[in-house]
Design a protein around this ligand. Structure first.
Ligand code: 6GU
Length: 246
């Protein structure tokens, strides 16, 4: 996976993604990352990249020319038309299924906006996907781009170690993760659930499944609509519903 981030703040991207698991993946070359400074492509002699909006209104709009020229240079280097993701609160709200789709690509381009937005005409020319990370407003697209890069990268082969595997975890089948415990067996008077100390693997698996179902029901009931549930799961949830209503 090769990421290309078009931004006015390239150092922000490189700094934040250089550490931890993503930093390790970059070193191992399971992924690559370049941050392209849009400002380097402006033809304006004062290096200006924005101007006031036609029709009036607050703030500044990022101009089409530097963004388009940066993109053209990139497309020429990549050798085909890549997916170009524009980070905007007006986009489709990001979820795990989108991360899985994006992870199949060889190259992904992220376009990060600032100020009041980007001239619509360049968006029409180059953007393939409009993506938001939630219903709130941020100052720029850099943090959302990094959120996507993190979520996508952990699905790319070779990025996670076996024991960190993305195979069995939250959202795998639209259920929240079960609670986890480690040493000591008792802390502040609270004991680890005894089934987890029993060594009985079938019982442990059944307990964890029930905790996942219960937790999803309590915290994110909206997820249950698209969860893959067995007859046993459904019975358990029916019981939960009946007991909480009474
Ligand atoms: Cl993707 N960009 C910005 N600027 N703000 C956001 C967002 C994206 N998602 C939620 N708020």
């Amino acid at each position: 996976m090769n990421y290309h981030v078009l931004t006015l703040f390239p150092e922000m991207i490189m700094q934040a993604l250089g550490t931890s698991i993503i930093g390790r993946a970059l070193e191992k070359e399971s992924i690559s990352l370049e941050a392209i400074d849009i400002r380097e492509y402006t033809t304006n002699k004062h290096k200006k990249v924005d101007d006031t909006p036609y029709g009036g209104g607050a703030g500044m709009v990022m101009q089409a020319q530097p963004i388009y020229d940066a993109y053209q240079d990139l497309e020429r280097k990549i050798g085909f038309r890549p997916r170009v993701i524009y980070l905007t609160p007006q986009g489709k709200v990001f979820h795990q299924g989108m991360a899985q789709e994006f992870a199949k690509e060889q190259d992904l381009v992220f376009l990060c906006g600032h100020y009041e937005g980007i001239d619509e005409r360049v968006l029409e020319e180059i953007v393939t996907d409009y993506v938001s990370i939630g219903d709130y407003v941020l100052t720029g697209g850099e943090l959302p781009a990094m959120v996507l890069i993190d979520a996508i990268s952990r699905l790319v082969p070779g990025v996670l170690k076996n024991e960190e595997s993305a195979q069995f975890e939250s959202f795998h089948d639209n259920l929240l993760e079960y609670p986890q415990y480690s040493r000591p067996e008792e802390w502040m008077g609270k004991k680890v659930p005894s089934v987890l100390l029993s060594g009985h693997h079938a019982n442990i698996e059944a307990w964890r499944r029930e905790k996942s179902l219960q937790r999803t029901y309590e915290r994110r009931p909206d997820l249950l609509e698209s969860a893959a549930l067995s007859e046993k799961d459904k019975k358990f949830l029916d019981n939960l519903r009946n007991n909480t209503c009474k």
